[in-house]
Design a protein around this ligand. Structure first.
Ligand code: TXA
Ligand code: MG
Length: 348
């Protein structure tokens, strides 16, 4: 009898190859032991920990250098598991999940007793999301069991830095133990969306947007049949809304006025080394441009490359990053929100 006959090469994850499914197996084991795994999602890479395990969750704050009173998103496969973590699923939550889960939408709801202070930063609400990337979905399916286990996962970057949209970003920033801070990185390729999820607060008297993302205001309003305004200044705490969040280390400026505006600004900054993200940037002929990256013209395509581009622009040895304003209006809300933060004065 040959040994091969005993090897079960059946792939338990449809659409996922054997190497990936073995890596996902290892990730489940690491998480069950209270470790930290950087996981691919369709938005950005997350730093996953067992949401029931206090010491594991606290390690994510330590790895990121993030204050422990900042709440985390609980990642689930869908409404069944979400219902273990929230007090009650409202009609709005069910409708939005039906429309956008799995996908880049996070909903804030009153928390259940299972959801502890170390997850919510002491708040009585919890943020839940069912991510769509097939690897984290499979990981969650394997991890949740019959009693609704779930994963906390902030973006897998050091606090205040640009979110990672590929495994290399995580390796360069947090790194893998023993030299780095995470137990394992699950490399599921480049994130499709490229910006963090939309966050909608459903815990108040009316739905409000806490963070813009790929699910736009119009999409939310279409499903809910009511206006979904931005949250006011009394909104629940969202550190992603600190002005300087998502910031490159290099001073960053958004340039208005299209190609003419950009060329003028490059001329004014003749004494500086510039890294530029703009449409047709490769055609710029200024000697002080040390790196030029072509910007896509569509909002989703721009969002997909933005953090990738910021990571590269930030490493170009430039004294300043210039980004041509790509567009305005509702379709650009998430992109312009992140651009505003990337360019904000770093005081926080
Ligand atoms: O796309 C995403 O949402 C990614 C991927 C990994 O899923 N995650 C992510 O997590 O961006 P993080 O921790 O970097 O940002 C989550 C945001 C934070 O700004 C946090 O304040 C907010 O969600 N948040 C979490 N729980 C909340 C709550 N109960 N009330 C209000 N905001 C909350
Ligand atoms: Mg983040």
């Amino acid at each position: 009898m040959s040994f091969d006959q005993h090897l079960d090469l059946h792939n338990p994850y449809p659409g996922i190859d054997l190497a990936a499914s073995m890596a996902i197996d290892r990730a489940v084991a690491v998480l069950n032991e209270g470790g930290l795994v950087a996981v691919p999602t369709e938005t950005v890479y997350g730093l996953a920990a067992d949401a029931d395990n206090r010491s594991a969750v606290l390690k994510t704050f330590e790895a990121k250098g993030r204050p422990t009173n900042h709440p985390l998103i609980v990642h689930v496969t869908g409404l069944d598991t979400a219902s273990c973590w929230v007090k009650r699923l409202t009609e709005a939550a069910i409708d939005l999940a039906d429309a956008f889960w799995p996908g880049p939408l996070t909903m804030v709801l009153p928390r259940s007793s299972r959801c502890r202070d170390f997850v919510t930063g002491g708040q009585d609400t919890v943020a839940v999301r069912a991510p769509a990337h097939p690897w984290i979905r499979d990981l969650l399916l394997r991890f949740e069991g019959s009693d609704g286990h779930a994963l906390t996962a902030p973006s897998a970057n050091s606090f205040g830095r640009i979110s990672p949209t590929c495994a290399k970003h995580v390796a360069d920033d947090l790194g893998v133990k023993p030299a780095g801070k995470v137990d394992m990185i699950l490399d599921g390729g480049v994130c499709e969306v490229g910006l963090e999820s939309t966050i909608v607060n459903l815990a108040g008297p009316r739905p409000e947007i806490l963070r813009h993302g790929a699910i736009t205001r119009a999409m939310l309003e279409d499903v809910l049949g009511c206006p979904v305004p931005d949250a006011g200044s009394d909104a629940p705490r969202v550190p992603g809304t600190l002005k300087s969040h998502y910031a490159p280390r290099t001073a960053t400026e958004i340039v208005e006025g299209g190609t003419a505006g950009l060329e003028r600004r490059i001329g004014e900054l003749g004494h500086e080394r510039l890294a530029v993200l703009a449409p047709d940037a490769l055609e710029l002929e200024a000697p002080n441009v040390v790196l030029a990256i072509d910007a896509p013209l569509e909002p989703a395509a721009f969002a997909h490359v933005l953090y990738m581009a910021l990571h590269r622009l930030d490493r170009a040895g430039a004294t300043r990053i210039l980004i041509a304003r790509p567009g305005t209006g509702p379709a650009w809300a998430a992109v312009n929100d992140r651009l505003g933060r990337a360019a904000a004065e770093r005081k926080a």
